[in-house]
Design a protein around this ligand. Structure first.
Ligand code: ZN
Length: 316
């Protein structure tokens, strides 16, 4: 198994939360009334509760695509040369801040990444710190996945982690409130969460895209956490670039012309993102940003809805 023994010891059955025993290439639930058996692929355990998940084990065993659809080599090479419309202005600094908070709490903090099969924007400060034990999970067999699990049913004991990262994840889950309950459960008391979630952004991830959040909607989701920091990741410049691109794409229902327009729109509108280096500092941008981050600490206190609305900041 690709997971270190310290992490292996925190695994539980995603169906009933009983402990798991190694059974050759599989993991077996120790609860006789549950009796679930979980396969591994290339040493990666697939700990999915199939009754409740959109994803099934057979897809992973076949190594069929889930969230990330395959893109042809030519298109991938052209795309790699084109400018992007997005620019996460604050991610790297936010992860540095997250790391400093973690290291004040524990000598060797253990951090769960959900949606972590590919490296997230600005995550280098976490990944490159040998003192941090990262556990990278996803519902996709991407290059960094150590574990396949669905964030609605995290297969870990309560209070297993010092930190948790959910970057560009909560818009892709069916029930964000349940996912945040799971995040709360697996964090130690005082454990840290970093979430980065879109607000003004068009569909991406095809059929796996369900929800957007205003800044206060995002804050309410994490009401059982004390806020350490929050703000804009991608600002109104990125939101405008995406809107212009998707306006043009609306004329094309697939096909080669759509692919051409998609590429040309990146050349036409990429420069708009540079406004965000200035705009992320403006309160008015909180009304129109492309995405927000929240850095918080697991607390016993719950933020009331009155406190929530009093915390509005913006241009009005
Ligand atoms: Zn079980």
């Amino acid at each position: 198994m690709t997971l270190p023994p310290t992490v292996r010891d925190t695994l539980v059955c995603p169906v009933c939360h009983a402990s798991l025993t190694d059974a050759g290439e599989s993991l077996a639930c120790d609860n006789p009334r549950c009796g679930s058996l979980f396969s591994t692929i290339r040493g990666i355990p697939i700990l999915i509760n199939q009754e409740r998940s959109l994803f099934d084990v057979a897809t992973f065993l076949k190594q069929a695509p889930t969230f990330f659809k395959p893109v042809g080599r030519v298109r991938r090479s052209i795309s790699a040369w084109m400018p992007t419309l997005s620019c996460n202005v604050t991610a790297r600094g936010n992860f540095r801040q997250f790391r400093e908070h973690l290291r004040r709490r524990a000598q060797r903090p253990r951090v769960l990444v959900i949606g972590g099969s590919v490296l997230g924007d600005g995550m280098e400060p976490l990944v490159e710190d040998p003192a941090i034990e990262l556990v990278e999970s996803d519902v996709a067999l991407g290059p960094r996945a150590q574990l396949i699990c669905d964030a609605h049913d995290l297969p870990f004991r309560d209070e297993s982690f010092d930190g948790l990262v959910a970057q560009a994840v909560l818009e892709h889950v069916l029930d964000p409130a349940r996912v945040v309950d799971e995040i709360y459960r697996v964090l130690k008391p005082g454990g840290l969460v970093y979430a980065d979630t879109p607000f003004m952004q068009q569909i991406h991830g095809r059929e796996f895209d369900f929800t957007r959040f205003t800044r206060l909607g995002h804050r309410r989701l994490f009401r059982r956490f004390d806020e350490l920091d929050s703000g804009i990741t991608c600002g109104p410049g990125v939101a405008l670039a995406w809107s212009a691109r998707y306006f043009l794409l609306s004329f094309f229902d697939g096909g080669a012309s759509r692919a051409v327009v998609s590429g040309l729109s990146r050349l036409a509108f990429f420069w708009l993102k540079y406004f965000d280096y200035y705009l992320v500092r403006k309160a008015a941008s909180l009304d129109s940003a492309s995405g927000f981050y929240f850095l918080g600490e697991k607390s016993r206190r719950v933020l009331s809805d009155r406190e929530l609305v009093e915390s509005y900041r913006g241009g009005f």
